[in-house]
Design a protein around this ligand. Structure first.
Ligand SMILES: [Zn+2]
Length: 398
């Protein structure tokens, strides 16, 4: 009888241990869904420059940024409020994010100012505008509701309704801190990675952020009213650079949130300039030299989840090494690099970093990878992971 009850106690203890562990796992918070909102669209062109419209630039950068997140963060679901030139009401954009229970909302816009010399990037979170300039930005972005069918959706809320904004932020609690943290990360990436003028993190009362029930930002990627910047913003390579900065800020944020959720960090990085991880030196995956597959073996097993299982596409990646050993693709094993995956081919495990849909984007990642793996090089493959000649791939993806 005694033995049975001891066994019983041990059994219950083990069960309790696993229940607690399972609970701890579900409680660990991670960034699983992001909503990318391309500002304006359809009958609402947004701000206009000499030859282009905000809605088109915003959509292009939004699709590129979302594409980078989908390809490189297979555990993250990317939802777009629009993927084409269509009119979506502001409150519907928030609804899309709320319905998806998104963890982050990124609204992408292009700025305008009567001063033709204004330039640079700024990222807003919901808050009381501290100056006229910020208030003007919010008013201009909110203006679109004059084109909507039912403005009563916004219950009279306006960009200068400070009381309502303060109440909103009180209700949002921790989301505000996280919005500020992410806004700081985006601005940091624009400045450090793309070299854009930093107009820093700002606050104002934007209707599109009003109803979102998650950390949310509105990022202005440049001024369409500045002749030089308008030209720069319409160049697809530059759009790719901005998209890459948004993607990297997203990864910074995801790491920050997940580390904080695991109790590894307790501070808010908003006050810190750069939250880029400082990687611990770790051994290269294998001393074996990377080998290029030129024979006709059967198509290798697809490794990370591709963006789409049915569509055919070409992707670029950076091969960092190859060897006979399978190594866990964690940053610790790869000099701090995240987004590492492997493809099993010709009896070797080939390790790659990053996945992009354009050559330009992968070249942006190359310096960082080469600083850790000097012999790393760019490869192109198709959706079945078949290796392609770079020149052939670049002709098809340009
Ligand atoms: Zn806008």
């Amino acid at each position: 009888m005694r033995t049975i009850s001891s066994i019983h106690i041990i059994f219950v203890s083990i069960l309790m241990f696993f229940t607690i562990m399972a609970q701890a796992q579900t409680n660990a918070y991670s960034v699983k869904t992001v909503v990318i909102d391309a500002g304006h669209g359809g009958k609402d062109p947004g701000a206009c420059g000499k030859f282009s419209q905000e809605k088109n630039i915003a959509l292009s950068v939004a699709l590129k940024a979302g594409g980078l997140i989908s390809m490189n963060c297979p555990d993250v679901k990317v939802i777009y409020t629009r993927k084409t030139d269509e009119f979506i009401e502001l409150h519907k954009r928030a609804e899309i994010a709320n319905k998806a229970k998104a963890d982050l909302f990124i609204s992408i816009h292009v700025n305008a100012n009567t001063n033709p010399n204004s330039n640079g990037t700024e990222t807003f979170t919901m808050g009381v505008a501290k100056n006229e300039a910020n208030l003007r930005v919010a008013k201009a972005e909110n203006d679109v509701i004059s084109l909507e069918s039912d403005a009563s959706q916004y219950q009279g809320m306006s960009a200068n309704d400070n009381e309502a904004i303060i109440l909103h932020n009180l209700q949002q609690g921790a989301f505000c801190d996280n919005s500020l943290a992410f806004a700081g990360m985006i601005q940091n990436r624009y400045k450090e990675d793309v070299g854009r003028k930093d107009r820093s993190v700002q606050q104002a009362g934007f209707l599109v952020l009003w109803k979102t029930a998650m950390p949310s930002v509105l990022t202005e990627i440049g001024f369409i009213t500045n002749e030089e910047e308008e030209k720069w913003l319409n160049n697809s390579d530059n759009q790719a650079e901005l998209a890459y900065a948004i993607y990297r800020a997203f990864v910074d944020y995801k790491k920050y949130i997940e580390k904080r959720s695991n109790g590894e960090i307790t501070h808010n990085p908003q006050t810190e300039q750069n939250v880029a991880p400082s990687p611990k030196p770790a051994p290269a995956p294998s001393p074996a030299k990377p080998t290029v597959n030129n024979n006709n073996k059967p198509a290798p097993k697809p490794t990370p989840a591709p963006a789409s299982k049915t569509e055919s596409y070409i992707y670029y990646s950076i091969q960092i090494g190859a060897g006979k050993d399978k190594i866990a693709t964690t940053p610790e094993n790869f000099n701090g690099l995240s987004n590492v995956f492997y493809i099993e081919e010709d009896g070797l495990f080939k390790y790659y970093c990053g996945k992009t849909s354009t050559y330009k984007e992968i070249t942006l990642l190359l310096p960082e990878v080469k600083s850790k793996y000097p012999s790393a090089y760019v490869v192109a493959r198709d959706n079945t992971n078949k290796k392609l000649q770079l020149t052939e791939a670049r002709q098809k993806t340009k």
